[in-house]
Structure formats: structure tokens, C-alpha cells
Design a protein around this ligand. Sequence first.
Ligand SMILES: [Cu+2]
Length: 238
Amino acid sequence: MALVLNTRLVLAALMAAISPAALGVDPHMGGEMKHVMVWRDASSLETMIDDTIPLPILTDYDETYTGAASVLNGTWYNSQYGWVVEGFWEVPPGASIWIERLSGTPGLASYSGGTMTTPAFTPIFGTAGSSARIMWDGRMLHNWYAAVEPGAYEATYTVYFGDSQGTPLNGYAPAIVTLDWYLYCPADANLDGFVNALDYDLFASAFEIADLAADFNGDGFVNAIDYDAFAEHFEAGC
Ligand SMILES: [Cu+2]
């Protein structure tokens, strides 16, 4: 089966691809979509990341999700990265597009954004013993990435033409692409990657005037609970 992939198809599939299945509170993408554009150039696959969108930040919204999305509970997560087909091209006869994780920062979990073969929030890319690779149908795919420890995260993928089992086709070159995320320390008030006196001053200033920037636990109130929670994280450092 030769798939004809085009941007119109991608647009038509957009809403289906990014709508979480869970009822109630839905997980947040975390910011604007940051696309990884994929296209074919003769016998090679090529990729380019939209660098007009800043580094995606893994974020904890202190929310509880139900159903399949509950895998994100208690994590700091993001789904801004989206795999998209760029331009008009065809896959080789009998081939499928595969995305396989080659390496990545320990502690970075991945869950499907939802396709025909991998329903939303199923572990992918090696998470929870899943396969390191997924078959991609060419529709916009915003997977979920989650972690719990502060710091920089990255994962490197190969995007290639394979058979129905994921075995690479001979004669075609893959694209290798690395995605990056950051998870800020809870007490890093100025988001510069460090926890120091600048953060303490910023928090204390906001706390004194009951600015919601000092609502550390996000309950809508600025009170002693927020101060204690901030102080605890501040002392723990990063
Ligand atoms: Cu997108």
C-alpha cells in the first residue's frame, strides 16, 4: 500500500491527533506546537525542528487526570513537539515510516499522542518496557514526554522507511533528530536553571505583597503553606 502523504491530510487529522481521550481535566500541551518537519529527499529522509518556538518546558500543573491520561499524574510533562509531514512526497512501495528512539536522558518517559496503531497515552519509545519504535501514519503526532527530576532532557530518534515489522529498507537513509526539554527546579523562581539568592529574593518580594507569583502550591492563596513549601525546595537546592 503506497501512502500519499500531504499537508491537507495532516490538517484534516489535526484535531483528532491532539485531542486527549480523557474526560474532565485534559492535560496541557505546555505551549505552542513545536513541529519536527519530516520530508523525503530522493532516497533520504530529512528532518527540521521549528526553532522559532522556545525550548519546551516539562511542567507540573498539580492536576489529576483520569483514564489513560492518568499516566501523567505526578509528572512534569509537555507535548509541544509534533511530528509532521512537510510538503508532498510518497513513501517507497510497501514501506511505512518508523520513528525509533536511539538514546535519551534516563527518567524521560514517553506516551503516545494517539494514532491508529498506538492509542493515546500508551507507553512508547521504550517506556515501561514498550518497543523503542513506533509506526507513524504521517498525521501530526504530538506525543507526551514526562519526567520528575529537575534538569535538562534529550532524546535522539531515527526516522526511517521500514517494512511492516519495522525492519529498515535497504537503500534508504534515515533522518536522525534530537529533541530537548527542560524541567526547572521548583524553587527556581526566575527560571534561570539555578536555585540561588535571586530566587529567594524574587519569591520573598512576591510573598510580601501576596502576589500570586508566590502561590507556590497553586491553590489560589498566598499563605504560610506556600512559604514553607518554597523554603523546603529552596533548601533542597536542585
Ligand atoms: Cu502540531
